[in-house]
Design a binder for this molecule. Sequence first.
Ligand code: ATP
Length: 324
Amino acid sequence: MIEFQSICKTYRVAKRQAGFKNAVKSLFFREYETIRALDDVSFSIADGDIIGYIGPNGAGKSTSVKVMCGILTPDSGICRVNGKIPWQERAAHVKDIGVVFGQRSQLWWDVPVIDSFELLRDMYKIDEKRYRHNLDELTQLLDLSELLKTPARNLSLGQRMRCEIAAPLLHDPKVLFLDEPTIGLDAVSKIAVRQFIQKINAQKHTTIVLTTHDMMDIEALTKRVLLIGHGKILLDGNLDELKKHTSTDKKITVKYTGSTPAISPGMKLNESKENQLTISLNPHILPVSDAIAIIAAQTDLLDVSVTDVSTEEVVAALYKEYQV
Ligand SMILES: Nc1ncnc2c1ncn2[C@@H]1O[C@H](COP(=O)(O)OP(=O)(O)OP(=O)(O)O)[C@@H](O)[C@H]1O
């Protein structure tokens, strides 16, 4: 269980104007500004849940994760992860958590991956039987056998990410923090990583906090989304509810052989290319069946598909709505 109650965290940063004169001036006279990275943030996450923690750049996601990991002490508020206060009970707390930063490596660059794993075994004091069991299981699930003998620097990004994800799972953490775990991966590797995360969550009941800008990660892995902006939680809800909340629009794509149909009132043109047209509309104003009938009366239809707006579009609309 993760509890985050009224957490505030500010950073004090030195302000400096550009230019040599100002650089010299700042040696004698420094101005500071306070950045309110977390402003009265509260939420709770039940054991075994996966949550998507989303928000634009600079919203406060990493700061929240650092507080939950015990790297940062908040200015005020209460945070407990599995009953422990992360920054006060660090030694016990780190055994309960695992962290993957998609953009930073936790593997020793020049040594074979297996050596990094053995160092982690010693650091976390994992007993040999449990280490062997977890290593075998992770090797099989993530297809690591060919990679373990290779130094991290010689692995491709996708291969390295599989090892990065295995590393914090060797000590069976109760909570896993994943920060952009699929960044830069190709489509096949992304799917493999997402499937693995689902499997770990289902089999081991691991609580997962997923920070990502990739809405496909969110769509594939979680129903609950926490939206943070300017250090405040703006929304905490189910992804499907968010979709309903932000937009009821439907997208209609038609393929045709006859003349290009004209756009009628109530339809918005999204895209028009050779013999294909995509429009969006609010079905409460213009029912989908009416729109299709209007188009069909003007041309010969080959194919029609009707979809909801994508998660990417929903999130972009949320950012716009909350001006973050
Ligand atoms: N060490 C620091 N010193 C000063 N300011 C910081 C520091 N770390 C973060 N900030 C500021 O705090 C705010 C929140 O940053 P944070 O890294 O938590 O955002 P984020 O949501 O993780 O962003 P991103 O998606 O870009 O990683 C930003 O305004 C950032 O500039």
